[in-house]
Design a protein around this ligand. Sequence first.
Ligand SMILES: Nc1ccn([C@@H]2O[C@H](COP(=O)(O)OP(=O)(O)OP(=O)(O)O)[C@@H](O)[C@H]2O)c(=O)n1
Ligand SMILES: C[C@](O)(CO)[C@H](O)COP(=O)(O)O
Length: 231
Amino acid sequence: MARTFALIPAAGMGKRMGAGSNKQYLMLDGMPILARTVQTFEEADCIDAIYLVSPEQEIPFCRSEVVERYGFTKVRAIVPGGSERQHSVYNGLRALEDIEPDDLVLIHDGVRPFVSVRMLEEACAAAREAGASVVAVPVKDTVKVVREGVITETPPRETLWLAQTPQAFRYDLIRAAHDEAAAAGFLGTDDASLMERQGKPVRVVPGDYRNIKITTPEDMILAEAFLKEMK
Ligand SMILES: Nc1ccn([C@@H]2O[C@H](COP(=O)(O)OP(=O)(O)OP(=O)(O)O)[C@@H](O)[C@H]2O)c(=O)n1
Ligand SMILES: C[C@](O)(CO)[C@H](O)COP(=O)(O)O
């Protein structure tokens, strides 16, 4: 029976947040953002094991303040990250132990704490059928392509979606996509794009406008508001 491994990159520096400390440990209603994220994976029956990726020097802190403090039993390892998100994910993929080609890997940003069990289940089901899936939401605004301060294109909105995470893949497919991207020196901003450049199909699964990536200070205000409403 194929298993599902979660890989949670949390090795960024949080430069755009400008908090002076890593944003994955900022508190949301008394709980670090990263712990809120991991909690959903811990609760989801479809997830067998969790691997976290952290800056190497923060691994002991991550272990004590997230894994041990909240008693997460599915976390198998905390892997050192790299200079870009893609490098961190690649380190994580290479660290997965006893993984088989047809096992699933579900990759999710450590700073998207509003992921739900529903999204995890649907992303997994779609990846089992299609090999790869991405949780996404339709764009609400009109998007312009701008070059040197001038609009060069207005792509039809019905074709535009915002890619979120989780993104789920059969292990052999995403491993091959990362191996090839690394060999070619290609850097993408998400994992699905590495499969897209190989011409492989990636299915879209409904995400949620609340499944935000906490990136800049105003995202913390939104996150607090979402939490307040959920109480
Ligand atoms: N070298 C990196 C960069 C990012 N990430 C992780 O990828 C997710 C999405 O990245 P982003 O929001 O861009 O985080 P940061 O890189 O920390 O932000 P910034 O670009 O503002 O520094 C986060 O969970 C982040 O910790 C990572 O594991 N390794
Ligand atoms: C993977 C991702 O969350 C999809 O939206 C996103 O691309 C990562 O964001 P970053 O700001 O490029 O690190």
